[in-house]
Design a protein around this ligand. Structure first.
Ligand code: FES
Ligand code: FE2
Length: 391
């Protein structure tokens, strides 16, 4: 059951906090680390493959053992501190490229050529709890034992959808060259849609992207919930968009489409304080015919996408004045370029005090107050700050 609460003021103890800085030891960083966070798509990590990962300014090694098990451990080999991700996966262990020390998935050093047996007893590498769900690999970076994993399917069901059995269900990822919180706030900013996405909503020019419906300026409602903030655009014609931010960094999006209903869950995960990734579980609730049509269109669009740089790089070209948005009108991810454009053109860490917020920004303001208050509660050790979403 959703409980709608009156607007929340900013708690006094939260006034000096910031959501922008998330490196190790920062208040917002510690808060985000107390939840499971996605670090990669499953399809981007083959068995036997290792890769470096940076999350919240922290470097890690991610690899998939030959059994298929994903493993996350510290970035550097404890011997001479080179990156373990350049090493080789053997079984469910990884061997350092430099002098061949080998570490099991539990972090124990199981081989160290030319060293004494005592060294094997002594040396370990830090590992992190890992889960693989809905095509995404999640890691827990917080202090203490890992929390319960959010029941994503139950949350969807409780809101009238069946994410787990949607005919179209895919994991998505993109990178954006701006602070994570700018994108998180954008979730609450329905006023951006008719302008930021004016081009992709134009059916005369584009065959993909938002429907023309998105270019209409409509008012929206804002609700404070126990676990986040919800904005909704609804009028006599019905629902146009419903976006819920689930603390700390998840967006749940519902948008009616011609072939059904789009339901997305997106995590905004800082890479560092000046860039982040969006990891999504994208679903379309449609019939078999709708799913077939969508897959066919996607296949065609992938071929077109291969001709272009990534969305974040297209946006940078526009920001530098080398290109215009219209130059990317055929880009299958035009909407992504549009969002990247406005967000990357902000300062990486926006000075909130210089902004002039008005009525259409009330959801942004509510999110800021609530987010910082949760960070303050977390720092003070209050357990309510670590609540996961209700189902
Ligand atoms: S640095 Fe890794 S084995 Fe020497
Ligand atoms: Fe947008």
């Amino acid at each position: 059951m959703t409980t709608v609460l009156p607007p929340e003021p900013l708690a006094d103890r939260a006034r000096t906090l910031t959501p922008f800085e998330t490196g190790p030891g920062t208040p917002a960083g510690r808060y985000l680390r107390s939840f499971w966070q996605p670090i990669a798509r499953s399809v981007d990590l083959e068995a036997g493959q290792a890769q470096p990962v940076t999350i919240m300014s922290e470097e890690l090694t991610l690899f998939r053992g030959e059994s298929g098990r994903p493993v996350v451990m510290d970035a550097l080999c404890p011997h001479r501190l080179t990156k373990l991700s350049i090493g080789n996966v053997e079984g469910d262990a990884i061997r350092c490229q430099f002098h061949g020390w080998k570490f099991g998935a539990d972090g124990r050093c199981v081989e160290a050529p030319l060293q004494t047996p005592a060294l094997l007893e002594r040396v370990t590498i830090g590992t992190r709890p890992v889960r693989e769900e809905f095509g995404l690999i999640f890691v827990y970076l917080g202090e203490g034992p890992e929390p319960e994993f959010p029941d994503i399917a139950a949350y969807s069901r409780a809101h009238g959808y069946g994410l787990a059995s949607a005919p179209v269900l895919e994991a998505e990822v993109y990178r954006r060259y701006c602070n994570w919180y700018l994108n998180h706030e954008n979730s609450m900013d329905l006023a951006h849609v008719p302008y930021t996405h004016a081009l992709s909503a134009n059916p005369e020019l584009t065959r993909t992207g938002f429907s023309g419906d998105a270019a209409v300026v409509r008012d929206f409602t804002v609700e404070r919930l126990e676990y986040g903030v919800r904005v909704e655009e609804v009028d006599d014609e019905g629902l146009h968009a419903r976006v819920t931010v689930l603390f700390p960094n998840v967006m749940h999006l519902i948008i009616p489409m011609r072939i059904g209903t789009l339901e997305n869950l997106y995590w905004r995960v800082p890479i560092d304080d000046e860039s982040h990734k969006g990891f999504g579980i994208m679903s379309i609730h449609t019939d078999e015919e709708g799913a077939r049509e969508w897959r066919q269109t996607q296949k065609e669009l992938e071929e077109v996408a291969a001709k272009y740089p990534l969305t974040e790089d297209c946006a940078q070209q526009i920001i530098r004045g080398e290109k215009r948005l219209i130059d990317f009108v055929d880009h299958p991810k035009l909407q992504g370029i549009e969002d990247a454009l406005t967000q990357q053109a902000m300062r990486h860490i926006a000075d909130a005090n210089l902004q002039n917020l008005g009525r259409s920004d009330r959801a942004i303001l509510q999110l800021r107050r609530m987010f910082l208050s949760r960070v303050a509660e977390f720092v003070a050790g209050e357990p309510s700050a670590s609540d996961i979403w209700p189902s």
